[in-house]
Design a protein around this ligand. Sequence first.
Ligand code: ZN
Length: 277
Amino acid sequence: MSAKPLTDLSKLCIHTITTKPWNIETAAKNFSAAGVKGITVWRDTLEGRNIKKTGDMLRDHDLKIVSLCRGGFFPSIDSQKRKAAIDDNRKAIEEAAELGTNMIVLVCGADPAQSMEDSRKQIRDGIATVLPEAKAAGVKLAIEPLHPMYADTRSAINTLGQANDMAEELNSPFVGVAADVYHLWWDPALEQEIKRCGKNNHLFAFHICDWNVPTNDFLWDRGLMGEGCIPVRKIRSWVEATGFNGFNEVEIFSNKFWAEDQHQFLNKILKAYQEKS
Ligand code: ZN
């Protein structure tokens, strides 16, 4: 039997949180040296930095800034907190523009003190409120549905179908969806919903990692592609069948890997990406 073809690195993006022990300068230097082409920047890595200069530094390393992670967390039973969330999303839009990226990933949020329907309504209203600023800044907003195990506090949008519904309702070229295999792999409607995303031209981002069996921690135990049960390559083929031409973004939160030497971990990412993604 012949080996499966290797995936080349031209569409490989890594999230800064994946190599969390590295600051953004170290990550940029090492990603670039390894042939990684894209970076998604988590906002915590920008703290205390000149954002525009940080964007220039990333471009100097030949890294495309795929997105800023993350905005969202719109719902709250408390109107003051909802207002603070709108302000924070406006700030994220400014940061994205300064950094020089045209996309923000939205982890939409949820408040267990109210119904899921109320949380979803507040998400929709929150996105609609900041949409004019996003549009003016040329920044797209990507709704990322989260696995239902996070439906209590992290997101009331839990399937790609719900994210598609919301993107269609908001009906703007600046609102779309981020599909993350970790959150969506189990969904029997996944292939259909990816197709629907493509038809509406709003599949903005594709995140990859794997689901460890067993999973030891529901937040900090994501696996490398090929280590778990997610058919990453199959899902990528559905994504690409829509005409998606963006990056494959490696987003791994892992206490295990963060405890390792990050150079070794980066090598493992490259190998897993080429062989299993
Ligand atoms: Zn993601």
